[in-house]
Ligand binder design. Structure first.
Ligand code: WT7
Length: 632
């Protein structure tokens, strides 16, 4: 197993080692895994191309490391503990042995439908064990999985399928969420009507016995393809740098991009970071509430915990069903030891009152994690007091889809914590703050743009099908550095606080959204002439979506508002629906015709009296108009 740091002096020592000699450091960690053929070089890198390779020529399979290698020692230990949406429904448990068998059966089933190494398989599924099994089955046979969050629309699903040129979609019939039964298969059917020409098979997991329309051409039942399959499936031998998965995420421009992670580096880093950040000990019950549709679920529900031989819980439902005590009830029921959630959930539950957590015994909780967006001080204090009872250190974990794993975080019981600070880099991570010219600010007590100046094993390798885009977005802003898109500050002790995005990406309830993407959706409405979208502070969601819309024939009624919301829902999904729509007569623009978002952001953030010099705008007269009509 990878090293688990248990003291401050050890952290300092490991950190120093990882910077002084990164290759020796990671070689030692990587050698703790099972390799079919050992790697012959630890690292080759160049941030200009970019071209980063870890554990070169090593041959392996990540599922051997997640499953097979644990069988001897912990074959009968629970690997996945599944808590259903309905608290009265039955919990499911898969031991490591059972999980391996299930993965192998599924892998054989996928093969029987012609899926082979390198093929892309899209997952559009609720949080059921079959989702984790399906991902691992792909990894077993070298197929590349790409999970699309089941809240995305048919259009968004089709866009991703087409970009990945996927051969198969795996979905369920319906999805249980709270008191709703949400159709899933019918959304896939719609996506198939819009696009998805590369799809040969739609594999349907019967989750709720619901009615579905069936196409004999493409549709196949999950239970039918696994029926009679062997429990044994020889793992495909993968190169360290073969693709493991693609995960689509939003950027400042254009359509979401497919972030590519590869087998070897991702394996080493997710295991290493999981063991250290969560301080997982044998016998612990670990719970991350994320959805597997996001990177958090990939790295810290599926791969990291299983690589580390942990018991990982998967929850099908939502925090407020049947009531706002659900999370805490589950913590008590399963005696959860590590609890990892998002600030937006903390704020939403905090608003429901302290009596909810007070009803349950939370004494099993040893540490708390936070992820996805900056955690405000009030939420941090509440989490600490009402959930951790003052003795469960909070790991405010900063990272990104592109980083593959947690980068900056306190290590519970090892380094100190400070509200709103992600604090310290994990060993192997070299963050720096730079000014707009890319000069590194070495001193403490400064603000700057957050970059990482040295590669780590799970760094993004490319954006699928468009390497130039990867280069432009992450490696061109500052030469020789990976640019995160975030602004940050360092306190007097060098602890890092991530303030938020400095690009046109907004973070709504921990979900990343490109303003351009939302604008493009809004502009699909035939009566919209132009729109501009910005984020604004929102009590629960962190950021809300504020849209300024110029309408054809001055239409500004609520019916039109609703139509716009429907278009966004259709193009992207309900999570991208603007919270505010302000109809305007014009948008402030530069002389070259670029929308001045800075001004729009200020107005939406109630800071409209503080706009600075606007005289250089193409149309300064419009600003007063926009300000007057502000909805905040
Ligand atoms: C963006 C990445 C990390 C997995 C889930 C989100 C923001 C993430 C924190 C944190 C402040 C944070 C950043 C980052 N973010 N964690 N602890 N403190 N900001 O992954 O969808 O790729 O979003 O989320 O702005 O760039 P993602």
């Amino acid at each position: 197993m990878t090293t688990q740091i248990t003291s401050l002096s050890q952290y300092k020592e490991e950190y120093k080692k990882s910077v002084d000699n990164p290759e020796a450091f990671w070689k030692e960690q990587a050698e703790t895994f099972t390799w079919t053929k050992p790697f012959d070089k630890t690292l080759e890198w160049n941030f200009d191309e970019p071209d980063v390779k870890w554990f070169l020529n090593g041959k392996m399979n990540i599922t051997v490391n997640c499953l097979d290698r644990h069988i001897e020692k912990r074959g009968d230990q629970t690997a996945i503990l599944w808590e259903p949406n309905d608290p009265k429904a039955e919990v499911q448990e898969y031991t490591y042995k059972e999980l391996l068998a299930a993965v192998n059966r599924c892998a054989n089933g996928l093969k029987s439908k012609g899926i082979k190494k390198g093929d892309r398989v899209i997952f559009y599924m609720p949080m059921v064990p079959e989702l984790a099994i399906g991902l691992l089955a792909c990894a077993r046979i070298g197929a590349i999985h790409s999970v699309v969050f089941a809240g995305f629309s048919a259009q968004a699903l089709a866009d991703r399928v087409d970009d990945a040129q996927a051969k198969m979609i795996v979905c369920s019939d319906y999805n249980n969420r709270g008191n709703k039964n949400i159709p899933v298969k019918s959304v896939v059917d719609q996506a198939m009507d819009i696009g998805c020409n590369s799809i040969e098979t739609v594999l349907v997991h019967n989750n709720t016995d619901g009615d579905v329309e069936w196409s004999d051409d493409a549709d196949v039942w999950w239970h039918e393809i696994i029926a009679g399959q062997s429990d044994i499936c020889e793992p495909e031998i993968m190169d360290s740098e073969d693709m493991l998965f693609i995960l689509y995420t939003s950027g400042s421009t254009g359509k979401p991009k497919g972030v590519v992670h590869t087998c070897g580096g991702y394996m080493v880093y997710t295991c290493y970071s999981f063991r250290n950040v969560f301080q997982y000990k044998d016998g612990d019950i670990y719970w991350c509430t994320a959805d597997i549709g996001w990177i958090t679920g990939h790295s810290y529900i599926v791969y990291g915990p299983l690589l580390a031989g942990a018991t990982t819980m998967m929850f099908e439902g939502v925090p407020t069903f049947p009531d706002a005590g659900r999370f805490w009830e589950i913590c008590e029921k399963h005696k959860v030891n590590q609890f990892y959630t998002a600030p937006t959930a903390i704020r939403a539950l905090m608003a429901k009152g302290d009596h909810w957590p007070a009803k349950y015994d939370l004494s099993s909780i040893k540490m708390l994690g936070s992820v996805g967006e900056p955690i405000n001080e009030e939420a941090w204090e509440w989490y600490d007091k009402h959930i951790g009872k003052g003795n469960a250190p909070i790991a405010d974990t900063w990272w990104q889809t592109e980083t593959g794993g947690i980068m900056i975080t306190p290590i519970p019981g090892v380094t100190d914590t400070k509200p709103t600070y992600a604090s310290y880099p994990l060993p192997g991570i070299q963050p720096v703050l730079v000014d707009t010219e890319g000069n590194i600010k070495e001193e403490n007590n400064v603000e700057g743009l957050l970059c990482i100046k040295f590669p780590w094993p799970s760094i993004i390798r490319t954006t699928y099908g468009d390497h130039e885009r990867c280069k432009n977005v992450y490696f061109s802003a500052f030469k020789g550095m990976y640019f995160t898109g975030d602004g940050a500050r360092k306190d007097e002790a060098g602890r890092i606080r991530v303030i938020g995005r400095v690009d046109d990406v907004i973070n709504v309830s921990g979900h990343r959204m490109g303003t351009a993407e939302v604008e493009n959706a809004i502009n699909e409405h035939p009566n919209v002439i132009e729109s501009a979208v910005v984020g604004y502070p929102h009590d629960i969601k962190g950021q809300g979506i504020y849209a300024y819309v110029i309408s054809q024939n001055q239409q500004t009624d609520d019916t039109f508002r609703k139509e716009i919301l429907d278009v966004v829902k259709r193009e992207i999904g309900p999570i991208a629906k603007p919270d505010m729509i302000q109809f305007v007569n014009g948008l402030p623009k530069t002389r070259s015709g670029k929308i001045m978002r800075r001004i729009l952001r200020k107005i939406a953030s109630k800071d409209g009296d503080n706009l600075g010099d606007i005289s250089t705008l193409l149309n300064p007269e419009i600003v007063a108009d926009v300000k007057d009509g502000a909805l905040v």
